[in-house]
Design a protein around this ligand. Structure first.
Ligand code: URA
Length: 449
């Protein structure tokens, strides 16, 4: 006779700190997916996990059941001649790396099926940036998506409703029950979606600093170790890089403006922002090494650099855009498709000094205020507004020189940015010590139970 479960009994068990078996977790995830678990029960279950935590086995089982709650992609019938590999970022201000990284890795023989989110909160979403490009279709069906990954080497699309549906309901409940910040639940939420795309290897970019979701370094470390362990226990080799989000990544924030920065980066990498270049190449190196395309990180770094400098990554980017419905000449003629805003004006510095701090979070929040980001998922966004040429830490700026260029639709937006942005940038007479953008790397071999 099969076992009989009651949701309230399993919630009670978890509430009292007892581990749930694989079958018990499977039962709860089934209830989340088919709606038989009520919102009240789901909220209580989330809080019980939040307060009592999960063992490594429970996390692995929760992740697997959530991943299997919807469709999963298989690559068997595509006869790919290379590994399927992806990167996921916990989100940052100005984080546009996926747009360059996917084509670089594809140029080196990897297949990158990147399923990205839209921006919520103060961080921007990769899909929102790509949708600044006229015609770009971020919602093809699975078979078109997989065929594109095979022919182009990479495709970046949005999350579909049939991918890990249990997470979609669970996350919505966590959002309104103060249970988002649980390492167990974040691990299962991120990995259930990522592992559903049939990966051979995964690299995680876990941001820490004032513009990051895990602003606290200890939380970033715990999350990195948890994700590396659960993912590897689920059969997918994973490395988690903890990276700096104490200033904007790159020189721009917004949507179309960030796409332009990516195009410039792919065309002229020698002029790119150094931290953006360093992190993009480092993430690529980990993807190539972890997926077995390169024997070690040094060779993977050189291969990634070559793919970028040869222009191969730029052509793959252009092909991905045109195959997903965008123009065929975005690399050659970006300004034809990404029209400049009517008002482009400098935001002047009121004093002289070295840039010693940049409040990335506040800059992200001001972008939401101007509708370049959203506060709820149904909000429309303005793809045109934003900032470019944002100064970085360690840079000297004299009084009257620009801290950034504001791209605005009207004078009100410009007045807003001119009054706010200088207060988010700190200056000092002494040049600050600059730290590396990659702070620490966690791979699957460190155990945490
Ligand atoms: N991002 C996710 O996808 N899930 C979480 O739980 C937190 C961040």
């Amino acid at each position: 006779m099969s076992e009989i479960f009651l949701p309230q009994e399993l919630i009670r068990k978890k509430r009292d700190g007892v581990s749930l078996s694989d079958t018990e977790i499977g039962y709860m995830v089934q209830g989340i997916t088919d709606g038989s678990l009520t919102d009240a029960q789901l909220g209580a279950f989330a809080m019980a996990i939040f307060k009592c935590g999960m063992t490594m086995d429970e996390r692995v089982n929760l992740t697997r059941h959530m991943m299997n709650s919807g469709e999963t992609l298989s690559w068997d019938k595509f006869n790919l001649d290379g590994p399927v590999v992806d990167k996921h970022s916990t989100g940052g201000v100005g984080d546009k790396i996926s747009l360059m990284l996917a084509p670089i890795v594809a140029s080196c023989g990897g297949y990158v099926p990147m399923i990205s989110g839209r921006g919520l909160g103060h961080t921007g979403g990769t899909l929102d940036k790509l949708e600044s490009i006229p015609g770009y279709d971020g919602a093809p069906n699975n078979s078109v998506f997989q065929s594109l990954v095979k022919t182009v080497g990479c495709a970046i699309i949005g999350q579909t409703s049939n991918l890990a549906p249990a997470d979609q309901r669970f996350y919505a409940t966590r959002d309104v029950t103060a249970t988002v910040e649980s390492i167990d639940l974040i691990t299962a939420s991120i990995l259930s979606k990522k592992l559903a795309s049939g990966l051979d290897a995964l690299v995680m970019d876990i941001k820490t600093g004032n513009g990051a979701f895990a602003a606290n370094y200890k939380m970033a470390q715990e999350l990195a170790q948890s994700i590396a362990n659960v993912s590897s226990n689920s059969g997918v080799p994973t490395s988690c890089l903890i990276t700096d989000m104490d200033q904007v990544l790159g020189r721009s924030v917004g949507n179309a403006i960030e796409v332009i920065e990516c195009i410039d980066f792919l065309k002229e990498p020698h002029n790119a922002d150094q931290r953006l270049l360093e992190l993009t190449l480092e993430l690529s190196a980990y993807m190539l090494q972890l997926s077995g395309l390169e024997p070690d990180l040094d060779s993977a770094r050189s291969k990634s650099k070559m793919a970028l400098e040869s222009g191969k990554a730029a052509s793959i980017f252009e092909k991905m855009i045109s195959e997903l419905g965008g123009p065929t000449d975005i690399i050659e003629n970006p300004e034809k498709h990404l029209k400049p805003m009517p008002l482009i004006c400098p935001i002047e510095s009121k004093s002289s000094g070295y840039i010693s701090g940049v409040d990335a979070r506040e800059i992200g929040v001001s972008m939401i205020y101007l509708k370049a980001g959203r506060t709820k998922s149904s909000d429309p966004i303005d793809h045109g507004v934003g900032l470019s040429e944002i100064v970085g830490k360690g840079q000297w700026v004299s009084k009257g020189e620009p801290l950034a260029l504001a791209h605005c639709r009207n004078q009100d937006q410009l007045d807003f940015l001119q009054s706010k942005i200088p207060s988010f940038i700190q200056m000092d007479e002494i040049k600050p010590k600059l730290t590396s953008v990659v702070k620490e790397v966690f791979s699957s071999n460190k155990d945490l139970n």
